[in-house]
Design a protein around this ligand. Structure first.
Ligand SMILES: [Zn+2]
Length: 116
């Protein structure tokens, strides 16, 4: 499953950062997910919940910042939010468009706790 392997990478990254901070527990993980990133946040959350048991992230919450798609028309430079993807420029009707936002898939925040 696509989302499970992505989540495994996020998980490893979060654990590396936790060790680098000399923390013992992961409290919160936040991902930025673009509408065109090709992943379903609910599936990422499901994968996260499946893999956190028995780890320093056992009680961690996962949050998502969803980034809507923004396209820019190469013909008239108009930037617009598409109804679907791909979509034509609402201004001039051109299909010659670039994706400006929507491909994001980033780990933006990991919160830790230290316990003695
Ligand atoms: Zn246009």
């Amino acid at each position: 499953m696509h989302e499970a392997s992505i989540m495994q990478n996020v998980f490893d990254l979060a654990c590396d950062r936790m060790r680098a901070e000399s923390a013992t527990r992961i409290v919160r993980v936040r991902l930025r997910v673009g509408a065109l990133a090709g992943v379903v946040p609910e599936a990422l959350a499901f994968a996260f919940e499946a893999m956190r048991a028995g780890t320093p992230a056992a009680l961690a919450e996962i949050e998502f910042e969803r980034v809507p798609a923004r396209l820019v028309c190469r013909a008239c430079q108009r930037e617009f939010e598409p109804d679907g993807f791909p979509d034509a420029c609402p201004c001039c009707g051109s299909w010659n468009v670039d994706v400006r936002h929507g491909h994001e898939l980033d780990l933006v925040l990991v919160e830790f706790a230290r316990e003695d």
